[in-house]
Design a protein around this ligand. Structure first.
Ligand SMILES: [Zn+2]
Length: 65
């Protein structure tokens, strides 16, 4: 096992699933072609949040690490 921390982390792998992907807002239907999500981790889970630029609805995706 390597202890170096330069490679792809679980964090990055999760993020690459949807960061930069089009995301449609449930509330107003606005489609953001290059959605940017903010990541926050609390140990066992990671949350990705973004705010719809059109209506301001906050979208949250939560994953287990
Ligand atoms: Zn919206």
């Amino acid at each position: 096992m390597s202890s170096s921390y330069g490679g792809t982390t679980a964090f990055d792998r999760l993020r690459s699933r949807f960061d930069g992907q089009p995301h449609a807002c449930d509330s107003c239907g606005f489609v953001d072609d290059d959605a940017v999500w903010r990541a926050a981790t609390s140990g066992a889970t990671v949350e990705y949040r973004r705010e719809c630029p059109s209506c301001g609805t906050e979208h949250v995706r939560r994953y287990q690490l």
